[in-house]
Design a protein around this ligand. Structure first.
Ligand code: MN
Length: 740
């Protein structure tokens, strides 16, 4: 065992600390004192601890703090928290100590940092669950995430000093969780470094091979770059630009990605490096200058038209701005050229930090920019208590989007009030149209369930499902709406088309011309809102076409002038329903209706006890609908003159058909329990039963004969008591037969 030179170590630690202070940007006396205090607390707390490599633990927090200051551009509070980030979890220091020494804000940040577990379980659902927690923490203070990224970056840089069994987990988690997070926050260099470091540990051999290949081809590459850049450099100098040209080899992991996706060997990955032209120019000249440079570059080299990316006119959501093109070199090799201003370059490299530095110069107002402004203000404002960061933050970015997970742990971003149906359509149109419900965090929920941040969603589909009008009320995303509308429209169109043919044949038979005028007469006669509606119902067999004969016909032209018409207070109706017009009062079903033809509407199957109304139909007398029938609103608003107040006669003991839908978790014997309840309950007659199970969820539809609402409720209450039954509801068929 080698002896440790403690004095030498002490000096090294102090030097590391001085390096950190130099890297800190807002170095007032006050801030320096605060950082020093945090340093002293951390040194003392970790004093007996060494990392696996044997070096004192304190190197780690110092390095993390330095990454925060230098590579992310964070201020004093973050540096203080980074220095202390492992104290609460690993030492005797408590959150209360932190608050007493440094105040409320550092306490909350360190609390957040401590809550993010170091290693997630490889099980996808647990990973998602943890990530959810992390996102919730983000919404408390973005610095938690940024410090966590710095922590992770340093751990990845020194992964060798972590326990071997942890390395692979940390590496793959870095790839799936932290690199994408860094990307989203615009921290591009941290993102690609994280990716490369993760790759190095997950695929050591491939990594090594690519690294060797890069080394051995370096001279050739440098020569190529010199030749390629030469004419561009000359032209830019000639035009008087202040600029810098960098040639950057693509990161090892992105080379590998390209090899994988294109299925080609290393030698054939055409753009192993990108040339970056960075021009130093005032903000107002950025755009014209970048395009001017693009024009100069393409004077020498032929661009690939489908590989032009203009992120200057429309920056990416995370603030990235740049002009990318891929051009053909004389050697026949494609080279990516990135053109951007110095400001854009700093933003691309450092993300947030550079963004606030430049923010005042531009007047954009995108969500993300507002959010960045908040962060900047937060960091520039020395008075921590003056800011209610939490609320501000929640009003911005995360209030407009939610993050949810697939069963495999894939992240999906949806509008904040998205439902199960939105999610299903986001996955795939077919999944959307066949969706009957979902399991959210293993609980069964209906289509209309509103999702929350971090939910894990498993869609349940059925081959028999298809979109219905009602679905439009359940979705918020434009995509889902569009898909549902298209499906509804297509179906209606197909059916209507058949209806149109049937009607045309019928009109020929009656010697009536098929003209828009005649169709308009028929629309009016049968009381439909549009020709499409009329065709649709003809196809569905819901229009009594023989009635057309009753309409006045002059040489093939129809007219509503004399014969049967359904205009209100028409003689025709008065003759048929004398009683209704005589009596202004409520009609009692079963009494007043004795001499009047009436039917219970099939669309809502009213039973005694339900609140109902009567609707005067053309052919079938009065139809009784429930007040909450899906068709009620339409009937009441459009054809109020055809409504009659209606009530049930008391104690009428006639059986009525009612449909019940049950949804629940499929377990053995549940169907048996349900049928048992039906047969045990007095006087309930089961007409039909239909059960369908899918992925552990069942849906049952039962038709029973009951006397009244109360009778039905007794039954449904008993169903609700069955273990596994999650929902019991009155169920109406979607059949639209309201008006006839
Ligand atoms: Mn740490």
């Amino acid at each position: 065992m080698t002896e440790i030179d403690l004095e030498k170590e002490r000096i090294e630690i102090l030097n590391a600390f001085k390096g950190l202070l130099r890297a800190t940007k807002d170095r007032t006396r006050e801030n320096t004192k605060l950082i020093r205090k945090a340093f002293d607390v951390a040194v003392d707390a970790h004093k007996d601890v060494r990392r696996k490599s044997g070096e004192p633990y304190i190197y780690h927090p110092i390095a993390v703090a330095r990454i925060c200051a230098e590579e992310i551009g964070l201020g004093t509070t973050s540096v203080v928290c980074a220095l202390l980030h492992d104290t609460v979890e690993d030492t005797h220091i408590t959150l209360q100590d932190i608050e007493d020494l440094f105040g409320e804000k550092p306490r909350r940040i360190i609390d957040g940092l401590t809550k993010i577990p170091e290693v997630f379980d490889e099980n996808a659902s647990i990973q998602a669950e943890n990530f959810r927690k992390m996102i919730l923490t983000i919404s408390d203070d973005i610095r938690v995430v940024l410090i966590k990224l710095a922590d992770r970056l340093h751990n990845m840089r020194t992964l060798g000093s972590m326990a071997p069994e942890k390395r692979l987990k940390i590496a793959s988690e870095t790839k799936f969780l932290y690199a994408p997070l860094a990307h989203r926050l615009g921290l591009y260099s941290i993102k690609s470094e994280l990716e490369d470091l993760a790759f190095k540990h997950t695929e050591p051999e491939v990594y090594q091979q690519i690294e060797n290949n890069l080394k051995s081809t370096q001279d050739v590459r440098n020569r190529f770059i010199r030749r390629f850049v030469h004419p561009i450099r000359e032209a830019l100098l000639h035009e008087g630009y202040i600029f810098d040209i960098k040639a950057r080899t693509k990161s090892i992991s992105s080379i590998w990605r390209k090899m994988q996706t294109k299925g080609v060997p290393f030698e054939e990955v055409y753009d192993l490096f990108a040339i970056r032209v960075i021009v130093d120019t005032p903000v107002e000249l950025e755009k014209p200058d970048c395009w001017r440079i693009y024009s100069l570059v393409t004077d020498f080299y032929q661009p690939s038209p489908d590989r032009l990316r203009d992120w200057i006119s429309t920056p990416r959501a995370n603030g990235y701005e740049s002009l990318h093109t891929t051009v053909m070199s004389p050697q026949g090799k494609w080279v990516e050229v990135q053109i951007r201003s110095k400001r854009m370059d700093e933003i691309a490299e450092k993300g947030l930090a550079a963004h606030y530095k430049y923010k005042e110069e531009k007047g954009e107002d995108s969500k993300f920019d507002r959010w960045l402004v908040e962060i900047r203000e937060l960091m520039e404002n020395p008075d921590l208590s003056a800011m209610d960061f939490v609320n501000e933050f929640k009003m911005n970015l995360f209030s407009e989007e939610i993050y949810v997970f697939t069963p495999k742990g894939d992240l999906r971003v949806l509008p904040h009030d998205a439902t199960i149906l939105d999610f299903a359509y986001d996955i795939h149109t077919e999944i959307g149209s066949k969706c009957i419900g979902a399991k959210v965090n293993n609980k069964l929920v209906p289509l209309s369930y509103q999702l929350h941040n971090g939910d894990q969603v498993e869609i349940i589909t059925s081959a028999k499902q298809k979109p219905v009008d009602e679905w439009l009320k359940f979705v918020t995303s434009a995509r889902a709406k569009q898909k549902i509308k298209t499906a509804l429209f297509e179906e209606k169109k197909i059916i209507s088309f058949d209806g149109k043919e049937i009607l045309q044949r019928k009109l020929r038979q009656f010697n009536i011309k098929y003209t828009p005028e005649n169709i308009a007469v028929l629309e009016k006669y049968f009381a439909y809102a549009s020709a499409q509606d009329l065709y649709f119902r003809v196809a569905k067999g819901k229009v009594d076409l023989a009635k057309i004969r009753e309409i006045e016909n002059h040489n093939g032209n129809l007219s509503l002038e004399k014969k049967g018409s359904n205009v209100p207070k028409d003689k025709h109706e008065l003759d048929v329903y004398p009683k209704i017009n005589k009596q202004e009062d409520v009609l009692i079903i079963g009494e007043d209706f004795k001499n009047i033809q009436y039917r219970l509407a099939k669309c809502c199957n009213p039973i005694p006890g339900d609140e109902v109304f009567g609707f005067i139909t053309i052919n079938e007398g009065i139809k009784i609908h429930r007040n909450n029938c899906a068709n009620a609103e339409h009937l009441m608003s459009k054809m109020a003159y055809r409504l009659v107040k209606t009530k049930w006669k008391k104690q009428e003991l006639t059986a009525h058909l009612a449909s019940i839908r049950l949804i629940g978790i499929d377990n053995v014997g549940i169907v048996n329990k349900i049928t048992e309840i039906i047969s045990n309950q007095h006087n309930v007659d089961m007409k039909s039963i239909f059960f369908e199970a899918n992925d552990g969820i069942f849906e049952g539809r039962i038709k029973v004969l009951v006397y009244d609402k109360e009778h039905l409720e007794q039954l449904t209450n008993n169903f609700e008591l069955i273990e596994g039954v999650k929902r019991v509801e009155r169920w109406d068929s979607q059949d639209e037969e309201a008006i006839q």
